[in-house]
Design a protein around this ligand. Structure first.
Ligand code: GDP
Length: 303
């Protein structure tokens, strides 16, 4: 499957290291846990998350009286899944879309993370599901962003609402909402500029855009998706922190999982920020955006 193929780098690196560790240690002891800690941190699981995990593992190993490192492997995957889901039921977190009413999805993230590409992929998939989709080119700041969104719109066969470069993003989104309503669209996906250099500007811009959406469509935005690049590791985590301070992020699109051996960042994001990863980007093709399935993800690490 796409998942298995896309996660190849992380899997090869992660399961290789774990298997090596198990072969070398055989017996579960303090040194084994210490090295395991290093392996997990090197996969970008995140120091805080790794600490939690190691504590849990030690307790579980003691409780079950496990002596052999081979048996620890299963416990690791169980605990990783537990860490991801917390108290939630084990299920894929779907997009919050409205029935018979316009749903508005606001997409945020810094330049280069794959925001435009992800919007294009999502638009195409929603269209294939029979939804009428409109895109609003709210990234009026980055050179070429509007044109790029138009290309994706054409590819997906959905309308793109735009103004000129440098225009007010909130005005573009306002036009987008008007167009979506008059075309009786099901979903409006709003692109935004991702200027992190200036946090105050970012916050002001996002809150202005959000105010327009809230005013024009009661109950909206139904999703605020933050796009993060998995290959940037701990940087992705700090971007997530900054954006969630600037606005209420409802879900994450984690791109380029196919390009990293450090897919463990997924677990850090969930554990430290408690924001669900809703989609995984596993390649550059339009079909390479997949609903994130933590169970498949964790067990894929060891396959
Ligand atoms: P934006 O600046 O955030 O809008 O980023 P773009 O959408 O232009 O994407 C930047 C680059 O990342 C492009 O070359 C995309 O093809 C690539 N990209 C986006 N998502 C993925 C992914 O999931 N996997 C891979 N390998 N490349 C991706």
């Amino acid at each position: 499957t796409k998942y298995k193929e896309g996660m190849k780098k992380t899997r090869n690196s992660f399961s290789g290291k774990i298997n090596d560790l198990i072969a070398r240690y055989r017996k579960v002891d303090e040194d084994f846990f210490e090295e395991l800690e290093e392996v997990l941190i090197s996969a970008d699981v995140g120091v805080m998350t790794v600490m939690d995990l190691i504590d849990e593992l030690k307790m579980e190993v003691k409780r079950r009286n496990i002596k052999d490192t081979k048996e620890v492997k299963d416990v690791i995957s169980e605990k990783l899944v537990e860490i991801y889901y917390g108290d939630d039921n084990e299920q894929i977190e779907a997009l919050n879309l409205q029935e018979n009413q316009l749903s508005v999805i606001l997409v945020v993230g810094v330049n280069g993370v794959g925001k435009t590409t992800s919007i294009g992929k999502l638009a195409q998939q929603l269209k294939q599901d029979g939804k009428r989709v409109v895109l609003a080119a709210g990234d009026t700041f980055r050179a070429g962003a509007i044109e790029q969104l138009e290309i994706w719109g054409e590819r997906a066969g959905v309308d793109v609402v735009k103004q000129g470069a440098g225009s007010d993003p909130a005005a573009v989104i306002f036009d987008g909402i008007k167009a979506a309503k008059s075309r009786e669209a099901d979903v409006l996906i709003c692109d935004t500029a991702g200027r992190l250099q200036n946090k105050v500007n970012l916050m002001n811009e996002l809150s202005k855009v959000k105010r327009v959406i809230e005013r024009e469509v009661p109950g909206a935005p139904h999703e605020v998706l933050l796009v993060l690049d998995a290959t940037t590791g701990q940087n992705a985590l700090s971007q997530a922190k900054t954006f969630s301070e600037a606005t209420d992020v409802s879900g994450i699109v984690l791109t380029k999982l196919d390009g990293t051996a450090k897919g463990g960042i997924v677990l850090a994001i969930r554990n430290e920020l408690n924001i669900p990863v809703k989609f995984a980007g596993l390649g550059e093709q339009i079909t390479d955006l997949q609903p994130f399935d933590a169970h498949a993800f964790v067990y894929g690490l060891f396959a």
